[in-house]
Design a protein around this ligand. Sequence first.
Ligand SMILES: Cc1cc2nc3c(=O)[nH]c(=O)nc-3n(C[C@H](O)[C@H](O)[C@H](O)COP(=O)(O)OP(=O)(O)OC[C@H]3O[C@@H](n4cnc5c(N)ncnc54)[C@H](O)[C@@H]3O)c2cc1C
Length: 372
Amino acid sequence: MYDVIVVGAGPAGASTAYHLAKQGHSVLILEKESLPRYKPCSGAVSPSVAEFFDFDFAPVIAREMRRVRYTYKLGDPIEAELTTTDPIWMVQREVFDHFLVQQAQGQGAQLKDATAVTAIANQGDYWQVSTTDGTLDAAYLVAADGATGPMAQWLGFPDLALRTASVLEVPAPVGDDCAINFEFGLVKQGCAWNFPKAESYSIGVATFLGKAPADYRKVLEKYSQSFGVSPGAGQVYSHPLKLWDGNHPLHSHRAVLVGEAGAIVDPLSAEGIRPGMVSGVRAAEAIHAALAGDADALANYTATMHATWGEDMPWAKRIAGLFFRVPGIGYRVGIKRPTATQRLGQILAGEVRYADIASRVMKRMSGGLLSG
Ligand SMILES: Cc1cc2nc3c(=O)[nH]c(=O)nc-3n(C[C@H](O)[C@H](O)[C@H](O)COP(=O)(O)OP(=O)(O)OC[C@H]3O[C@@H](n4cnc5c(N)ncnc54)[C@H](O)[C@@H]3O)c2cc1C
């Protein structure tokens, strides 16, 4: 019998396992893929996540970035520098995620990869977990199985809408003058981006409102060509996104949802790595308290996530609802302002909340609408 079984070895699951194992609890991570595994993602991570861990992330940072470039319909370029204390990290997910799991293993967590969870059964004061390699028991369960995993549904949480995003991973020489690139206008109700890694680009596209276009490939082709990158040299991956859509419960009987399994993904930026890892840290604190006899600990986990991260997400969603409807106006009255990039950096660093800027942003957007 384990104290905790964590289902899913992404950043949210690995962070939960790390902190629980560090507290001396017996933890098993179950992962259906063989590690290291690739997760379709652009791999931008806020360095502010480091404050929750006592190890150095340097070995898995492929590139650090301050320069940001924007375009609207591939023209009207704007360049800005992030002035936050630390630059944004670019990571390769197969490397970053595996490193986090290894850190958890270093604290004593066990890993069974290439082992899918196929069913769970509530046994009252413990969970029985069926896998493709036998049955295991644990006092608590952590659902960290991402946007498409089955755990949330099995635990009785409502199905939440999924969107799809695509990313073209393409090896290419990356010059020193590279930047984090965002493109608005090329895709309706969404955006495209190009994040450089050590020797490759992650070129992505997502829509945040309405229906996704039938084929993202044309957008990816056109956008990658604008950087002189041949799309044929890379590979396109598509993956669902479970964006935040309301503050739903994140706990049930002896179980919690962390990361994208609980829709802990920013609805404006699609940032899921940092909030997923923070949810793992908070979930570990709650399970540690529950194992010590605190009957309210898991409910407190839901309350803490709602009061910290979740409280700000309605503002992110409101800004997304306006910005992605009229990106040309958003570009003119918002992105072009020198403070826009500074606020983006501060939000990713957790220094500023969307609530602090939302009314100004929305007033400017509405003013832009009125003036045409
Ligand atoms: C195209 C794209 C670009 C993105 N870019 C960024 C970005 O630049 N920055 C950012 O912060 N976020 C980004 N995101 C979001 C981010 O990738 C996710 O939010 C993040 O990976 C969620 O982490 P997680 O640990 O919750 O889940 P995941 O990383 O999805 O891990 C879940 C794990 O659970 C495993 N699993 C599933 N079912 C089972 C089962 N039955 N049994 C055992 N294991 C199972 C899966 O194999 C997987 O390894 C992007 C998303 C997409 C789609």
